[in-house]
Design a protein around this ligand. Structure first.
Ligand code: UTP
Length: 291
């Protein structure tokens, strides 16, 4: 069993739910206050022990690489103008983890995107994080999954319960035997109708996957939405070996939805040491005038 030091983050999707913003700006770079969503995800990975990240990206999104690349001219400019704290925020971006990139030529689905990480994984278990789910948690959500992996040596899916009305948006777990942190997965269903959902335990964009998943992904036919679904390959894996669901603790924001994106911006804004108090005063005044 290897230590989990690598993560795959797929960022090649079209972000259609966030149009028109995502016509020119990748969804993963939309900011929560002043930091792109993807940066929160990569910082969570680093805080969970990840050292190398593979971004599965597309030729239409060169800005993602640019955000994390070293920018000597900008750093020199900020330093020359006495903006050392800002310079530190920019310089830090290329040091969080070691980044590499692979191109997904067409958005054939999350499963297809993850399958492009086979060479990067190089026969090891790796983490997968999705940029749609930002989680405020201590310890970080991914670290909670890695702990279950270290206890079991098996694949682990991060789950939380969702309202019955929302099960059709997620991969849903049919729970088997209960464990200290969740359960063993009996089977998985991608985006089931509420009437057909085996539970309301939804996969939340955090995974540890073991090497057999790559062969299974190659053999997975397009499923829901005509896309190659990671959930379908994990369902096959769960039929062959133990896969664990870890009900991680923490506040999770669905930043792929407009409401979740606004909630994240309000709550992260309130938590900021610099602007939090002023923002709270503003919200108090605003709320007093709401009917
Ligand atoms: P989503 O389905 O939430 O992203 O995939 P999307 O397809 O970009 O969004 P909508 O539904 O059109 O609004 C979760 C993550 O997987 C990536 C996305 O970039 C997103 O971060 N993804 C998805 C890929 O990298 N490749 C794909 O083929 C599909």
């Amino acid at each position: 069993m290897n230590k989990i030091t690598k993560a795959i983050i797929p960022v090649a999707g079209l972000g259609t739910r966030f149009l028109p913003a995502t016509k020119a700006v990748p969804k993963e770079l939309l900011p929560i206050v002043d930091k792109p969503t993807l940066q929160y995800i990569i910082e969570e990975a680093a805080a969970s022990g990840i050292e190398e990240v593979l971004l599965v990206t597309s030729a239409q999104k060169p800005e993602i690489g640019k955000h994390f690349a070293k920018d000597v001219a900008l750093e020199d400019f900020l330093r020359a103008h006495g903006k050392d704290a800002l310079c530190e925020k920019v310089a830090h971006l290329s040091d969080i983890v070691t980044l590499s990139f692979v191109n997904q030529e067409a958005p054939l689905g999350l499963g297809h995107a993850v399958s492009l990480g086979r060479d990067f994984a190089a026969g090891e278990a790796v983490a997968v994080l999705l940029g749609d789910d930002v989680v405020a948690a201590e310890p970080p959500a991914l670290a909670q999954l890695i702990q279950v992996y270290e206890e079991t040596g098996a694949s682990v899916l991060g789950v939380q319960t969702v309202a019955e009305a929302d099960v059709s948006k997620y991969g849903i777990v049919a729970p088997g035997e209960a464990t200290a942190s969740g359960c063993i997965v009996q089977r998985l269903v991608e985006k089931p109708a509420a009437s057909e959902a085996p539970s309301n335990l939804a996969i939340m964009g955090r995974y540890v996957i073991t090497p057999p998943i790559f062969d299974l992904l190659d053999d997975t036919a397009p499923g829901k939405g005509g896309e190659i679904q990671l959930t379908d390959a994990l369902n096959t894996l769960a039929g062959q070996e133990n896969v664990y669901a870890c009900a991680f603790s923490g506040r999770r924001y669905d930043v792929g939805s407009q409401l979740g994106f606004l909630e994240a911006n309000v709550e992260f804004g309130l938590a900021r040491a610099d602007i939090g108090e002023a923002f709270k005063d503003y919200l108090r005044t605003l709320c007093a005038h709401l009917d």
